[in-house]
Design a binder for this molecule. Sequence first.
Ligand code: TYM
Length: 328
Amino acid sequence: MSIIFSGIQPSGNLTLGNYLGALRNFSKVQEGNECYYCVVNQHAITVPQDPQLLHERTRALAAIYIASGLDPEKSILFVQSEVPEHVQLGWIMTTLAYVGELERMTQYKDKASKRGDSIPAGLLTYPPLMAADILLYQTNYVPVGDDQKQHMEITRDLAQRFNRLYGDVFTLPEILLGHDGTRVMSLQEPTKKMSKSDDNTTATIYLLDNPKDIEKKIKRAQTDSENSVHYDVIGKPGISNLIEILSALTDKTHDQVTEEYAGKGYGVFKKDVADAVVAALEPIQQRYNQLVNAPELDDILEKGAAKAHAKANATYEKAVHAMGLYRK
Ligand code: TYM
């Protein structure tokens, strides 16, 4: 049995990238493991959020977790701000992190470059809080998309730094990457990752998009003029992205997809990609709509926070004792 932890920010509408890179892998590992899945709302506030929207999205994300296959009887679902040890250990991790290593994080550089002189300090100290999320549960594996590799490396570095200084408190976690869909790209600029925060909504498929919009967006996805379906990330990033999406949804290899569409045009291929996306998202949307306003969701999150708190507190107490950060 392993301990699994992952989190998603309620900072926008979830995308097909979030689903293929992270969410769909969460339920695959919940059998036989101890799993913690968190709505990381304290990470979301590292950039300004509208209070009402943040509140709504926190609940919506919890409903999406369940709608996409997490069973609250098997996995522990909770909201980060309801377990205070996250920010408490986050502060300790911040004191161990070096400004230089934080400044080298690509996610920080991307987000900071858009903010001129007013870069929130929390954007810089985001990774130590993420390390705390993971380390509090003595996590073995963290299912995430490819863009979180650097954050996982710094999490391991901080755990090792702490253990070297104060004794063996934290388990070293490993990244758990899926096979395909670990980096879904923008439909309009396929050299850029698909993102919740992209202003161009035609570049992104949202989990709650209706079938017509999904079809339209995929039909208009940027490709090339070759009209030949084969995988070549450098030469054909648009088509390669669509192959990756179809492979992820059908469990077919890139070669199988290429063979299947030999001699067929992009029109047929795109239609099939859209059908596969709609088929995957429709049942999730139905369950989501039943759940999002149900009082049952609050019960689940309250029980989840209590269980997460028990585990997090035990680790936190070990850490503060190891450091001498206590009185009695
Ligand atoms: P976030 O909220 O940006 O994304 C949530 C998950 O979705 C994955 N993802 C993608 N996968 C494939 N293709 C894409 N285009 C794509 N876009 C996003 C992300 O890799 C992620 O797994 N720092 C994290 C949140 C976090 C966290 C944690 C994760 C905070 N604490 C502890 C794991 C463990 C983030 O910004 O995810």
